[in-house]
Every structure is written in structure tokens, then in C-alpha cells.
Design a protein around this ligand. Structure first.
Ligand SMILES: Nc1nc2c(c(=O)[nH]1)N[C@H]1C(S)=C(S)[C@@H](COP(=O)(O)O)O[C@H]1N2
Ligand SMILES: [Mo]
Length: 421
């Protein structure tokens, strides 16, 4: 045999004795479950954001056939988005070591020559390109969006959404093809088995084993423990972002750790200074809320707003970044009462909420009729017994049960009912 073991295209180049059907099958089955949960919670997260309601929420609200599943996000239970997005982000981060180990375990196959032995083989390899590329794209965009403070202003949602469909289509095809063999492998093989005594259930498994392995420095179980340990560490330093009592352990999460930031006992996402909202704009004697609807426009100064019936709701802030607060006690005017002021009695329509902020994707948001109608949905003036602080949206901010943080517009200046589209 020609010695071409210096090239990664040669099977002999890959020498780790850990590679083999057992190791790849274990990781593959973990990802089968994990990635499916990521996909479902991701689709939920996208629907929660009301993308189909208005270009204000998403520049491409018509997602074509990929938007077939979009539905009116409910307002119950009020912690719904805390759960779906907390699971999505925390699980995604936890799976990073598993994904990397899985890719490492099959990397010889990615280099194998000839590139295609047949049409079927060519199609399989193209689907693997979409699978690997899609996985790396989804995990990278997700983590960057959380950690780097929205590096894709306005475009993260379409990127991550379209990427998810490409990735999941390739993933589903791969799962259908490989899951039976992976299950068989785990039934027949023990961790330290070489392909003999029990031959791997398919050719794929055999290809993974190094033809001229180096001596092992760690057992397969040991290597798997290392991957699991990495996942556990990531989980333990992320999951606390969703629970007040554990916040200090969320070292990796934005707004986690010992100093999550935020006046009034809970996190802020963007400060008033960051949003370019000044004290001059929010002064009691100059600020006005402009409400428009069926019967025209009403301007409310702060005094008038405070004299409307005020109600209390206990609701969390739950951010697309994965972190959430416990329930805060908000007090303010019901959104449906504001709708009634401009001619929408009983059956309030959708609304567009605009803030004093001039730039940035979250300066405005569209809320659906069911969210406006919920008696817990408020234009909040107080939180936890005091007036809103500047950073939490003084003088008035929206708070809606079960909705993503992005829909809870701060520093509200204008509300337009019924002309969302
Ligand atoms: N005007 C305006 N409102 C906004 C935002 C913003 O950038 N500008 N950020 C939103 C996001 S992403 C979240 S998670 C919540 C955070 O609210 P908090 O800072 O009071 O915790 O505010 C939302 N309201
Ligand atoms: Mo957010």
C-alpha cells in the first residue's frame, strides 16, 4: 500500500483509537434528541416574536412556506417564553461540546476521497455539507447573538431562521439514514470494542475506525466523560440566568453572574443612555403619549395617564438572549383601556408601539390583538412599588404576559391601534 498517511484524505492519517461506531453513535443519539428540542423551541421563539404581524417586528414578515406554522402566541402561561427561550439557549450552549466531539469523531469521512463514488454518494455528501455547515452556522450565530450584543442588527432573526430550516432538513435526512445503525451499534458494541468481535452494523461505522491507530491515552468512556463534563460545566454556568436564586452561578450569561446589572432589583438590557433617550425627552412637563385609533388621536400627558384606572400585574422580563427575571410587580394602565380611549371598545385590535428612541431594531414593536386584550397587559408606570427608573423605560413601558422582552417596548411615545400592517 502506498504511504500517503501525511494527507488527511488518507484514512491512515487519522490515528485516534477513540474513533469508532460506538463513540459516534452515542454522540449522535444525544444530538438527535437535543437538536430536535432546539428546533422546536427555536420555531416557538420565532413565532413568539410576532414576525408575521408587521415589518416593524421582522423585515421579512412573510416567510413564505417556511412561515406555514406561525400562530398567534398565547399570553398563558405568563412564563411561557421564559421556559421556551431559556430551554433553547441553555440547551444550545450545553450541546456545544457534544456537537464538536461528534464532528471530531467523523472528521476522516469529511476528507475521504473520491469525493463521490456514485450519484447517491454525491447527494449524501452534499447533504453532509449542509448538515455540518448548518450546524456550525446555527450554533455560531446563536452564541454570537447572545454574547456580542446583537452583532447582526435586525438580521439575526432571518439568518438564524432560514439557517435553522436548512440545517434541520439535512439533520432530519441524516437522522432517518443513520439512527437505525446507531441504535444497533449501541446494542451490539461495548465502549472498548473494536469493530470485531461484533462488526459495526453498517459500513459507516467501519470507516470511522483508524486503520493504524496510535496507542490509547484515554478510554472511550473517559473521552465521553470529558465531553459530558464540558457540557455539564457549560450548563452549570448558564442555567442560572433563568432563576434569581442561581443568578450568581450564570457566569457565562449576559446579565448573569455576581453583577447582573440593573436598577430596581432586576436586569436591564439596554440603558436609556445606550438608546439615546435623554432626561429632557422624558421630563414630566414635556413628555406626551400619542394614542391613535378608530376615532382619531388623543394626547395624554403624564398627569392624565396617572389618573386613568391603574392595575397591577406580576410578570417577568424574558429576553431572546435566554436570561429572564422572576415576576416583577408592574402597575400601570391596561393596553385595552388605552385602545378604548380611541374608539376600540370591547374588542381591541393589534397595535404598533413606538418609543422615544430614534435608532435600533427594538425602538418599536407590534403587538397582536390577543396581547392587547389581556387584562394583565399594561403600559407600566411603576415597578415593584416605585416609579420606573430611566433604564427600565421611564416614564412608561409596555409589559405583556408570556411575550419576549423585545416586545416590551420601553420609553413609549406613541401607540397606533388597528393599522399594524
Ligand atoms: N425602546 C426600547 N425598548 C426595549 C428595548 C430597546 O432596546 N429599546 N429592548 C427590549 C429588550 S430586547 C428587552 S429584553 C427588554 C428588557 O427590559 P429591561 O431592560 O427593563 O429589563 O426591553 C425591551 N424594550
Ligand atoms: Mo431582549
Amino acid at each position: 500500500m502506498r504511504d500517503d498517511s501525511r494527507l488527511p484524505t488518507s484514512p491512515a492519517f487519522w490515528r485516534s483509537p477513540l474513533r469508532g461506531p460506538w463513540f459516534t453513535s452515542v454522540l449522535g443519539l444525544v444530538l438527535l434528541v437535543g437538536v430536535t428540542v432546539l428546533f422546536v423551541t427555536g420555531l416557538a421563539s420565532y413565532a413568539a416574536y410576532n414576525p408575521d404581524l408587521s415589518p416593524v417586528n421582522d423585515k421579512t414578515p412573510d416567510k413564505g412556506i417556511l412561515g406555514f406554522y406561525l400562530f398567534a402566541w398565547p399570553t398563558d402561561p405568563h412564563w411561557l417564553y421564559r421556559l421556551t427561550q431559556g430551554v433553547h439557549v441553555t440547551l444550545g450552549i450545553t450541546l456545544v461540546p457534544v456537537l464538536l466531539a461528534k464532528l471530531w469523531s467523523v472528521v476522516p469521512k469529511l476528507f475521504a476521497l473520491p469525493p463521490a463514488r456514485s450519484l447517491a454518494h454525491a447527494l449524501e455528501r452534499i447533504s453532509l455539507l449542509l448538515l455540518v455547515g448548518g450546524a456550525l452556522f446555527e450554533f455560531t450565530t446563536g452564541v454570537l447573538n447572545i454574547q456580542l450584543d446583537y452583532v447582526f442588527p435586525g438580521s439575526f432573526y432571518p439568518l438564524h431562521f432560514y439557517g435553522a430550516w436548512v440545517f434541520f432538513a439535512a439533520f432530519a435526512a441524516h437522522a432517518v439514514l443513520k439512527t437505525p445503525a446507531a441504535v444497533r451499534n449501541l446494542r451490539r458494541l461495548r465502549a472498548e470494542d473494536e469493530p470485531a468481535p461484533a462488526a459495526p452494523a453498517d459500513e459507516t461505522g467501519r470507516e470511522l475506525v483508524a486503520p493504524s491507530p496510535d496507542a490509547p491515552t484515554v478510554s472511550r468512556r473517559g473521552a465521553l466523560g470529558f465531553v459530558g463534563g464540558g457540557s455539564l460545566l457549560l450548563f452549570a454556568t448558564t442555567a442560572g440566568q433563568s432563576f434569581d436564586a442561581l443568578r450568581g452561578t450564570a457566569l457565562l450569561a449576559p446579565h448573569g453572574g455576581a453583577d447582573p446589572g440593573g436598577p430596581g432589583g432586576f436586569q436591564i438590557n439596554k440603558t436609556a443612555a445606550y438608546a439615546g433617550v435623554t432626561a429632557a425627552q422624558t421630563r414630566e412637563d414635556t413628555w406626551q403619549l400619542v394614542v391613535t385609533g378608530r376615532t382619531g388621536t388623543v394626547r395624554l400627558d403624564l398627569d392624565r395617564l396617572h389618573r386613568l384606572p391603574l392595575h397591577t400585574s406580576s410578570l417577568p422580563i424574558a429576553c431572546v438572549e435566554g436570561w429572564s427575571t422572576s415576576d416583577q410587580r408592574w402597575r400601570g394602565v391596561r393596553l385595552r383601556d388605552l385602545a378604548a380611549l380611541v374608539g376600540h371598545d370591547g374588542d381591541p385590535p393589534d397595535v404598533i408601539v413606538e418609543s422615544l428612541q430614534l435608532h435600533g431594531a427594538f425602538r418599536h414593536a407590534a403587538l397582536r390583538a390577543n396581547q392587547v386584550a389581556d387584562p394583565r397587559s399594561l403600559l407600566a408606570l411603576y415597578v415593584n412599588g416605585g416609579p420606573l427608573t430611566a433604564d427600565h423605560g421611564y416614564p412608561a413601558r409596555v409589559i405583556v404576559p408570556a411575550a419576549p422582552g423585545v416586545l416590551n417596548t420601553k420609553w413609549v411615545a406613541r401607540m397606533t391601534f388597528g393599522e399594524v400592517r
